[in-house]
Design a protein around this ligand. Structure first.
Ligand code: DLL
Length: 432
């Protein structure tokens, strides 16, 4: 089913006209109402008259997380606070959070976009949907909540934590849909097993997972554990939260809500656009946001865009699974390594559990990467020879895939800390 047939199957030409007129409005709006943008545009020698078609977007400067941080908390807002009905924030690793605001219309748009996304994944008013994202300043839970309610699903706002209780609720309320981070959903399956419950018996049909990078190997683990159909969805607070893009049941990329967002993919080094089908950094301009319109936001997320038609009938462009962020790329002795590459390599080996952490240190001038990974219960025999064999296998495989030889340390099942939110995979101690 398609939630908004008219806009999700719009012809490319009509879409581009709509995007162009909304872009012009947005640019004029930020120029007139956000002093920061007026100043930035002047510094770059551009003004709203220079922007007519969507290709003119490249004349405009980028916005970054630093722009938001420098304007903390509300200076990037384009409306008076009277019109702002909701605030959310994303916690950075250091310092103040990034604050985002919504008008009543923004909340309505957000619900509409999430409604499209959950419908594309297969959720309807027949479903009981458990939201296991944390309710609070994080956009994940409230975003999914309103969109699911809009399609008429029965929403269970379970939030995070109290995992055993969550599993009981899923069983008792007959949950068919689980919403959360992929890492927490894996953890929930583990806890269910500890409670003597086969996760498959819970009866979940669809999983809507997002908010952190996850590979196809994790998708396979989740589907195997819960017996559900796992879909990916993407978003970020600065843009709106979840609802920016999501997979349909074809699962061949995440459809972008292009009537609300203009998406570019650029070379992160040069800032130049790359052609469709080429990997690069995702840059997003909002086209309808009222409280916090945003121009050419550098997401730091790495993906590929395609406008090839999708078998589902939607005409919108799609994004390949986000493989990581430009800022979580590790450079180990000069070799670029993404956590997702390590995840794929690890999970290709039997006996390795989908719980790992990458520790980077310095020994003299040399970078040292240690991959700490848990074994599956079934592989944990207690015999050190088995352990050695598995370690050797993992080390050789990582060496072949990454061209660097990390240290490998096997951990007992359940020894790494589990988080209910986004998993912390990398601990880089080099500059500490
Ligand atoms: O994580 C919004 C969201 C909530 C998306 C729930 C999907 C579901 P932030 O906390 O601001 O917002 O984090 C945004 O998380 O720039 C990506 O690096 C990462 N991210 C989000 N979704 C995905 C995904 C929410 N499906 C940052 N795959 C983004 C990979 C993702 N990374």
């Amino acid at each position: 089913m398609i939630w908004n047939e008219q806009l999700e199957t719009i012809s490319r030409e009509e879409l581009q006209n709509l995007q162009a007129s909304r872009l012009r409005q947005t640019v004029t709006n930020v120029y007139e109402n956000v002093p920061y943008y007026r100043e930035l545009f002047s510094q770059h020698g551009v003004s709203p008259e220079d922007v007519n078609g969507i290709d003119d977007i490249t004349k405009l400067p980028f916005t970054t997380k630093a722009s938001l941080r420098d304007n903390y908390p509300f200076n990037m807002f384009a409306v008076p606070m009277k019109k702002v009905v909701r605030l959310h924030a994303s916690s950075g690793t250091t310092g103040k959070p990034t604050v985002v605001g919504y008008t009543r219309n923004d909340i309505e748009t957000w619900s509409e976009l999430v409604a499209r996304m959950v419908t594309a994944a297969g959720v309807s008013d027949e479903d009981v949907a458990q939201v296991s994202f944390g309710y609070g300043l994080f956009t994940g839970a409230f975003g999914l909540h309103y969109g699911l309610e809009k399609v008429g699903a029965t929403v269970v706002p379970a939030s995070t934590g109290k995992t055993e209780k969550q599993i009981m609720l899923m069983q008792d309320f007959g949950a068919t849909t689980l919403i959360g981070t992929p890492s927490y959903a894996l953890h929930m399956a583990e806890v269910a097993r500890e409670m003597g419950i086969n996760p498959k018996s819970v009866g979940l049909k669809i999983g809507l997972f997002g908010s952190e990078p996850w590979t196809e190997s994790i998708r396979a683990e989740l589907e195997e554990a819960w017996g559900l159909f796992a879909t990916d969805n993407y978003g970020l607070s600065e843009i709106i939260g979840p609802g920016v893009a999501g997979e349909c049941q074809e699962r061949r990329g995440m459809h972008i809500s292009e009537d609300h967002f203009l998406v570019e993919v650029i070379d992160p080094e040069t800032g130049e656009s790359v052609p469709d089908g080429t990997e690069g950094e995702l840059v997003i301009t909002s086209l309808t946001k009222e409280a916090l319109p945003i121009i050419r936001y550098r997401t730091r997320d790495i993906t590929v865009k395609t406008t090839e038609p999708c078998a589902c009938g939607r005409s919108t462009a799609r994004l390949r699974k986000v493989s990581g962020r430009t800022d979580d790329m590790l450079i180990i002795s000069g070799v670029n390594v993404f956590p997702s590459q390590i995840e794929d390599a690890l999970l290709a080996i039997d006996g390795v559990a989908p719980h790992y952490q990458l520790i980077v240190t310095k020994k003299g001038y040399l970078d040292v990467l240690e991959v700490q990974v848990e074994m599956k219960d079934t592989a944990f025999t207690g015999n050190w020879r088995d352990l050695e064999r598995l370690e050797g296998k993992v080390r050789a495989h990582l060496q072949a895939v990454l061209s660097i030889g990390p240290k490998v340390k096997f951990l007992e099942p359940r020894s790494l800390e589990r988080t209910a939110g986004k998993a912390k995979r990398v601990i880089d101690l080099r500059n500490k």
